[in-house]
Design a protein around this ligand. Structure first.
Ligand SMILES: [Fe+2]
Length: 393
């Protein structure tokens, strides 16, 4: 830890949360305490089919809170979905929001709240601290372990005209409370478990090497990496293993607290570009890019990447040359990806060479790039995309 980090002023924001199996059933009690009368429940069709949205709605109704469901939310949630949700919220006379789902319903609910409170279009809030009035109270019940949206001050929304994901970063979008229950994550399939788990790992690593890290974010980031190493593969292989699912839910929570306060880096900037332009899955994009960006970033934060590598099982002897250390860290990352079943390239996802210039131009302007430890030129980003198109993990 540097002397600067010990003496600089650092802020850390986090919502109230309840962690543990069964916490989702506290939704009614929390809604009542927060004086909800009618909640817009933002969720997805899958969560309704699996019964997780119903469980939360039952709890709300038992507490005397009326509900309206809004489930027209896709992965990489779009600007027009937010505006449609805001319309339903107003039309139905709602006074609160409850999100049940992964990052997409939670980000959509956050955005609906600020659209309604400020009577503006969602794209007007792009950037840092551009929300004047906070939204109505928001309760989040995450059903995946990776996103961190349940505790973060981020909402990521797809600007469908520009085909770019915008980041809304504001304390006003931090939920009023999060009910973090590992039980719903037992119905995630192995692929979704792997992708969301590697998203959590990426949050933790990018927060740890970020220019905006602090001793507090470091604590959460390092523990999140340990937990992913300890539990991800078990959660993939044994979906009902509640200890592994709890471990991954803690990993997601810790990584979310770390990145909400330390921000992210080039992996997320590049994944946002892929998600906005080609509508590709967020967690998988991060997982594919993670080791390539580590290779590029290593020279700017070698000690921090060594810490990450050690936690992931890299053997780093004190007399090793810098290049060998870097290679050992990258190998540890690739081994974990392989164990999680992620071995695709960006080409496998349909990314074509002709698209790389536009993807790179969009990524370089993403706000997450600002806190990346090494400041890339657009040609560097293009080279990273090219490598991620070619090489398997
Ligand atoms: Fe992410």
């Amino acid at each position: 830890m540097t002397q600067e980090a010990m003496t600089e002023l650092r802020k850390f924001v986090a919502p109230e949360f309840v962690f543990g199996p069964g916490s989702a059933r506290l939704a009614g009690r929390y809604a009542k305490n927060l004086r909800f009368k009618k909640a817009l429940v933002v969720t997805g069709p899958n969560l309704i089919r699996l019964g997780w949205a119903g469980q939360v709605i039952d709890s709300l109704r038992e507490a005397g809170v009326a509900t309206t469901i809004f489930a027209d939310v896709t992965p990489n949630p779009r600007d027009y979905e937010v505006m449609a949700g805001a319309e339903v919220y107003r039309r139905e006379g709602c006074d609160a929001l409850v999100a049940v789902g992964g990052g997409s319903p939670m980000d959509c609910a956050k955005a609906i709240g600020i659209v309604c409170a400020n009577d503006r279009h969602v794209l007007d809030f792009e950037g840092v601290d551009n929300v004047r009035k906070p939204g109505p109270p928001l309760l989040c019940v995450p059903t995946t372990s990776g996103t961190g949206a349940d505790v973060s001050q981020f909402a990521i929304i797809n600007d469908t005209k520009r085909k770019v994901k915008i980041a809304i970063v504001s304390k006003t979008v931090i939920p009023d409370a999060a009910l973090i229950d590992p039980t719903p994550t037992t119905t995630m399939d192995p692929e979704l478990t792997a992708h969301t788990g590697l998203d959590a790992l990426t949050h933790a690593i990018e927060a740890y090497v970020s220019n905006a890290q602090s001793p507090v974010t470091d604590l959460f980031a390092l523990r999140a990496i340990e937990l992913v190493r300890a539990h991800l593969v078990t959660a993939i292989r044994r979906p009902d293993d509640i200890a592994a699912r709890s471990g991954m839910m803690y990993a997601s929570l810790y990584a979310g607290l770390a990145f909400s306060n330390a921000i992210l880096g080039a992996v997320h900037a590049m994944a946002h570009s892929l998600g906005g332009f080609l509508d590709l899955p967020h967690g998988l994009c991060n997982a594919i890019l993670l080791d390539h960006v580590a290779d590029y970033n290593y020279q700017s934060a070698p000690g921090r990447y060594d810490d990450v590598g050690r936690i992931l099982g890299a053997r780093l002897a004190p007399d090793m040359q810098s290049d060998d250390r870097k290679q050992a860290v990258i190998t540890a990352l690739r081994d974990l990806k392989k164990d999680a079943g992620v071995d695709q390239t960006l080409s496998d996802l349909g990314v074509r060479p002709a698209e790389l210039s536009e993807l790179s131009a969009k990524a370089i302007n993403d706000p997450c790039m600002i806190t990346n430890p090494r400041h890339p030129k657009v040609e560097d980003i293009r080279a990273l995309y090219e490598a991620a198109c070619r090489f398997h993990a």
